[in-house]
Design a protein around this ligand. Structure first.
Ligand code: FES
Ligand SMILES: [Fe+2]
Length: 393
């Protein structure tokens, strides 16, 4: 259910999009914005982005549907950090470092269902809440204070079908404040009960080169002539900022039909006249569609010029027949191929062009408002100026 404010906001966005389509206009920033090409390629700066942003802010670590029931677990590696996610009997989620208190071995592998983990090296036994339960040969090893030797817990937060954690133990964060209005918006979509269909993994350029592509529809006509451009107008957008996160609205080719829908009813027409991309700073982009919904999670590295992107797919209901499943699989392949061939292959060429030294800067237009906002927030988090103020759209 959407709140009344949210309904009003969506009504307004839909009406603005109708006007934009009619006038061939778009939401615009006051001015253009230049960014040094170097800032995409400098390893020292990349390290700071990893340390100050990726390792200190709440980061999407998974989707609720990846751990559908108590007892499920999944291991991951994010930015070189080995993670173990588990769902406990009471339904809550734990995010822990997947590293044994004895000598550091990864206690769990892959994914599955079980509520205990025996370390493969010397068989110390952990519960799925991370508690150390048994030390093999303790009479020979010597006494162990088990309570002090649990797996290391990370701050974790699950809401709206998404799981967030902070990759550095002990860092205090206010998840609610950070995720703010954006998580409320996502929660109202009901993701928490959706079916996790699966994922596709692709590789691309520097994480910001790749992420820039999720923040504007200026490239639709040239880069996606037969795919996205067939559904959506190119270069027409409306932006809303929730803290560092963005709600980006795009008019569908069929949006004119909303002229016949009363202004206060237009909020009901997401995916039926207009679409949204929702981003969660710094590295997640969600495209909701009734056919299938894509949650793109960009993972920088291992070097400055590379990223691995996990494309997670969810659907509002579980497929009932083999045919339904097949359809979803085909849709995941199709979307993966679009992102790989029309966005990420292009991103690698962008990266080469930037590195050629041809221009010292790239320039975002007034229409590329989402990119401007994203880069201003990056600067905000990287700055150590105590006087700094939070960017506004
Ligand atoms: S490293 Fe895990 S039991 Fe030795
Ligand atoms: Fe694109």
């Amino acid at each position: 259910m959407k709140s009344v404010e949210k309904q009003q906001e969506y009504n307004l966005i839909a009406s603005r999009l109708l006007e934009h389509v009619e006038m061939r206009s778009t939401d615009m920033a006051d001015q253009q914005m230049r960014i040094a090409s170097d800032s995409y390629a400098d390893p020292e700066r990349w390290e700071r982005e990893m340390e100050q942003i990726f390792k200190r802010l709440p980061l999407l670590v998974g989707l609720s549907g990846e751990l559908p029931e108590p007892g499920f677990y999944k291991t991951k590696n994010l930015l070189g950090v080995p993670l173990l996610l588990t769902r406990l009997k009471d339904g809550s989620v734990r995010a822990m470092l997947n590293a044994c208190a004895h000598r550091g071995m990864q206690v769990a592998e892959g994914e599955g269902k079980c509520d205990k983990f025996a370390c493969p090296y010397h068989a110390w036994l952990y519960g799925n809440d991370g508690s150390l339960q048994r030390v093999y040969g303790e009479d020979t090893y010597g006494a162990v204070d088990k309570a002090a030797m649990s797996l290391t817990q990370l701050p974790v937060y699950e809401r709206g079908g998404l799981i967030f954690a902070v990759l550095t133990p002990g860092v205090e964060v206010d998840f609610e404040e950070f995720l703010g209005g954006m998580i409320e918006d996502i929660e109202s979509l009901g993701f928490a009960d959706w079916h996790y269909c699966g994922q596709r993994v692709i590789q691309g350029a520097n994480w910001k080169v790749a992420y820039d592509g999720y923040l504007e529809g200026y490239h639709f006509a040239a880069a996606h002539p037969k795919t996205i451009n067939a559904r959506t107008y190119s270069n027409i957008m409306e932006f809303r900022g929730y803290g560092p996160h963005l709600l980006i609205a795009f008019p569908q080719r069929s949006i004119a039909k909303l002229n016949d829908v009363p202004k206060n009813e237009r909020y009901k027409h997401e995916n039926d006249g207009y679409d949204f991309v929702r981003t969660i700073f710094p590295n997640t982009s969600i495209f909701v569609a009734p056919e299938i919904t894509q949650v793109a999670q960009l993972i920088p590295g291992p070097t400055v010029g590379e990223n691995t992107t996990i494309l997670h797919y969810i659907h509002h209901r579980k497929p009932e027949t083999a045919e339904d499943t097949q359809k979803l699989e085909e849709m995941m392949d199709w979307l993966r191929d679009v992102v790989q061939t029309e966005d990420y292959d292009l991103g690698l060429k962008v990266q080469n062009g930037m590195a050629s030294g041809a221009f010292s800067h790239v320039t975002f237009g007034r229409n590329e408002r989402g990119n401007q906002y994203f880069h201003r927030w990056l600067e905000y988090y990287l700055s150590d100026d105590p006087e700094r103020t939070q960017p506004e759209l």
